[in-house]
Design a protein around this ligand. Sequence first.
Ligand code: ZN
Length: 283
Amino acid sequence: MVDESAAAAAMISTAEREAIEDRAWVHGDEVDVQTAVVEVAAWMAGAGAVVALTGAGISTDSGIPDFRGKRGVWTTNPEAEKASTLGHYLSSTDVRRRAWQIRLASPAWTASPNAGHQALVELERQGRLDTLITQNTDGLHIGAGSSPERVVEVHGSMRGVMCVDCDERADMRRALDRVTAGEPDPPCRSCGGILKATTVLFGEGLDPADVEACQLAAQRADLVLAVGTTLGVYPVAEVPRLAQATGARLVIVNGGPTQQDDRADAVIRGSISEILPALVATP
Ligand code: ZN
């Protein structure tokens, strides 16, 4: 669920990426991808309130590996998953020291937003993006230029650091500079407490304000665009059902199957960074 593990795995090169099968369905009927893109682009152009849901799949083209795929971080480095569990993190200096090293090595520090992130910036510029809900902690949506007030990072951000005792917050880079300068597990400067990234670890609750923001966005949506997520994890997984209950369409763009393909109005399977810009271009 967290970024910091992301660092541990090797970068995924385009050549190494598992082959993505380009396929598409509209209202359950298989069509060619281009036909689906034209159809969905017209829906998007007519939608006043698009709610985008994004997951790891939108950032893999920026060189940030996902977690559970064949080359996923937790598949290749089980220690990283341990560092992502609150109890282990708080109780073990060793786990924290490893977590700081994993954060330092994260590919996200040098990653650039890709054409998929930029397409969602364009959607906002066109006045059609209501809310962008992301499961990613890499900060690339805001880095691409999406307005922070429209972005809900349900699993937090790896770009901030917080004290678990006094809740003081700061930029992660400042803490990482201390690690580089020789503090293997830097404590809070105000109270001496344990510092962690502002990401949601296993064993930690979601921010209730974020959960509410998801529910309200779902109620306003007339089109939900799910990108690079398998739609299996709450609260993002709940948004399509809530939105469809008030008449919204559901469009899924992903490299592979998701848990909600059967309820979608359209499913487009292929390269996210190629498909999204085509959907957002005014038809
Ligand atoms: Zn503190």
